[in-house]
Design a protein around this ligand. Structure first.
Ligand code: 23J
Ligand code: MN
Length: 259
């Protein structure tokens, strides 16, 4: 029990800091908008059932509804056609070990500030690795863009030709999956793919390549600027939705304070 007691002590003393990587579930938080011929993602909704009143004199509660892909959320392999036959590919089937593990952060905030369509490329990943060492196997890789600081229409950044937001190119995704065998890939934007990700080959390469290989996604992450490049631990356990392709969730990072 020593390791867990040590962990409890480190959390209590602040030697290990917790960072909340989650946005509030709020009806105003944007959801992805697909071309009009496709089905659409529902925003978060909340209705009061009672509030210590005639509907329930001693209790307050709400009924809520949303998409599996609303707000800060997890993508399972079964979300994408490439992952439809992946074993244990739905959120209720994923092994628990996947929900706690190491995380690295690639800071793309400068590039994303200069270019709404900034692409994370193999060259960018390799220059990160030259500084921080190779991306460890079975780690979450998070793409920091500071997009989480955007509000309102600037978040989806819809133009006449669709949304414009940063994301990985197909070669970068293949490098992370095939050469680094990552656990998953997470972003601050509304998708793991770039806003214009439909124009790549294959379309939406992050979804296609990650989920085809049984890897996971995280989207609409917050506070990535509070994480170190390496050494943090991510806790991201989706709801146990039967056959679910994803789920809103609370995403936490544990960060060791360097004295
Ligand atoms: C459906 C279709 C395209 C995309 C997405 C969903 C997501 O980004 C998502 O939330 O998984 S790009
Ligand atoms: Mn999703």
């Amino acid at each position: 029990m020593t390791q867990l007691a040590d962990l409890a002590q480190a959390l209590a003393s602040g030697a290990i800091r917790m960072v909340d990587l989650t946005h509030r579930l709020d009806p105003d938080f944007p959801v992805i908008i697909l071309p009009p011929e496709f089905g659409q993602c529902a925003r978060f909704r909340m209705e009061e059932v009672s509030a210590y009143d005639h509907r329930g004199p001693a209790w307050k509660w709400h009924n809520i509804s949303m998409s599996e892909h609303t707000g800060t959320h997890f993508d399972a392999p079964s979300h994408w056609i490439s992952g439809r036959d992946v074993a244990h590919g739905a959120v209720d089937e994923i092994p628990l070990q996947a929900f706690v593990g190491p995380v690295v952060v690639i800071d793309c905030s400068e590039g994303a500030a200069a270019d709404d369509d900034f692409e994370l490329t193999v060259a960018e990943i390799q220059s990160w690795e030259a500084e921080h060492g190779p991306i460890p196997e079975d780690a979450w890789v998070l793409m920091r863009t500071d997009w989480s600081k955007r509000r309102g229409a600037a978040y989806l950044n819809m133009q006449d030709d669709g949304p414009h937001s940063p994301g990985p190119d197909p070669e970068a995704m293949r490098y992370l999956v095939e050469h680094r065998n990552i656990r998953g890939f997470g972003t601050e934007t509304v998708g793991t793919d770039a806003g214009q990700g439909m124009h790549y080959v294959p379309p939406y390469p992050a979804h296609f390549i990650l989920h085809g290989a049984g890897k996971y996604g995280l989207q609409c992450l917050n506070n990535l600027d509070q994480l170190p490049a390496t050494g943090a631990m991510l806790i991201a356990a989706p709801l146990k939705i039967k056959g679910g392709t994803g789920s809103p969730l609370r995403v936490l990072a544990l960060v060791e304070e360097t004295a």
